[in-house]
Design a protein around this ligand. Structure first.
Ligand code: PLP
Length: 384
């Protein structure tokens, strides 16, 4: 911890434990203490820690071919693209290394699409207030939270923010100038707020009317988290462009931007790139992860265990609201107790995430069991 303090930039407010090992839904610190992990790398470790099939795929690929330039074809990249296209209904994929990068790709794609369409003045990107899209300069600009933007002006122009789920505000904001509407199907970082169907359906209709792209940021909601393979499947609204990261690599960094129909062929050689994007190692990890999510029935598990978890959370004293879909859950308290509960839970061997003063967020592995939920609830009860 002292070395971290001296040599690593202080971009994170870290908790005072050093994690050294993980297995399934549990992690262990340097003193050998065991924690039930309901943070899961913030919705990354969908299959838990060190899932054997993903470890095996990574080891095998690491000894075969880790990286080559995207100037050459490799085997795992198109295999992963085919797999994602087939399960999502999108048409083509671009690979990168993180959620923010995937969103950058999506926004560049939308901007170029309007130019190809002969509408270069169609540049505005509409996102939601309280959204979160990542930390690059364009991604913090898309993120409708001034606290993430304030130290980094000037920001890229032509972004506008609509109150999430406000259908009338969305209708009055979209115009001939709109290039894209970008939304999370469930807002994660700001406290787990699911979209309402009418809001997303209106976004779809407005994009169709004005020739704008509908982008869903599924970096957190994608790949089973909401109890469906993709968040958009809860709302019956199909985007033109969709971004993935987090769960995709089972803990290995990889992001993807998927695009449908005419949007799939907008980028040409030279338009966009990432040196590491879609390298064989990352793609092998992602292929193994997605295969196991499907074969293991973990999306269905997420739905069932998520429902049970939400029911149990609602019984805790002081909880005023439980929100979320699948295993993307928030519990809101009537008093500012969230940080205290999270810190007491840490002492008792439970990792949870406080958002602000009143909200606890739970984004555990999709392999969570009812027994894990019971253990978490009993620790939470003690903490409360
Ligand atoms: N989009 C959403 C919805 C997220 O939740 C996050 C991260 O929390 C990001 C984008 C950024 O992803 P990354 O940190 O991999 O850049």
């Amino acid at each position: 911890m002292a070395m971290d303090n001296q040599y690593v930039m202080h971009t994170y407010g870290r908790l005072p434990i050093v994690l050294v090992r993980g297995e399934g839904c549990f992690v262990y610190d340097a003193d050998g203490k065991k924690y039930l992990d309901l943070v899961a790398g913030i919705a990354v470790n969908g299959l838990g820690h060190c899932p054997p099939k993903v470890v095996e795929a990574i080891c095998k690929q690491a000894g075969t071919l880790m990286h080559t330039s995207n100037l050459y074809h490799t085997v795992p990249q198109p295999q992963l693209a085919k797999m994602l296209v087939e399960i999502s209904g999108m048409s083509k994929a671009f690979f990168c290394n993180s959620g923010a990068e995937a969103n950058e790709a999506a926004m560049k794609l939308a901007r170029k699409a309007t130019k190809i369409n002969g509408k270069p003045e169609q540049t505005e990107i509409i996102t939601a207030e309280k959204s979160f899209h990542g930390r690059t300069l364009a991604a913090i600009t898309a993120t409708g939270q001034p606290k993430y933007q304030k130290s980094f002006a000037p920001l890229p122009p032509d972004y506008r923010y609509v109150p999430y789920n406000d259908v009338e505000a969305l209708k009055s904001m979209v115009s001939e100038k709109t290039c894209a509407i970008m939304m999370e199907p469930v807002q994660g970082e700001s406290g787990v707020h699911p979209a309402n169907i009418e809001f997303l359906q209106t976004a779809r209709k407005l994009c169709d009317k004005f020739g704008a792209a509908l982008i869903f940021d599924e970096v957190q909601t994608g790949l089973g988290r909401t109890g469906k393979m993709f968040g958009f499947q809860n709302f019956d609204v199909i985007p033109d462009i969709m971004t993935l990261a987090k769960t995709l690599g089972g803990g290995f960094p990889i992001g993807a931007c998927l695009a449908k129909d005419k949007y799939a062929d907008v980028f040409e050689p030279g338009d966009h790139a990432a040196t590491f994007g879609g390298n064989p190692l990352a793609c092998a990890a992602a292929i193994a992860t997605v295969t196991e999510i499907i074969d293991g029935g973990w999306v269905e598990n997420t739905q069932k265990v998520g429902e049970y978890f939400r029911e149990q959370l609602a019984t805790l004293p002081g909880v005023t609201e439980v929100r979320g879909l699948g295993l993307m859950i928030a519990a809101e308290f009537n008093d500012p107790v969230a940080r205290d509960i999270a810190s007491k839970a840490l002492d008792k061997g439970l990792l949870i995430n406080a958002i602000g003063d009143n909200i606890l967020r739970f984004v555990p592995p999709l392999i969570l069991t009812r027994e894990n939920v019971d253990q978490a609830i009993s620790i939470l009860m003690e903490c409360i």
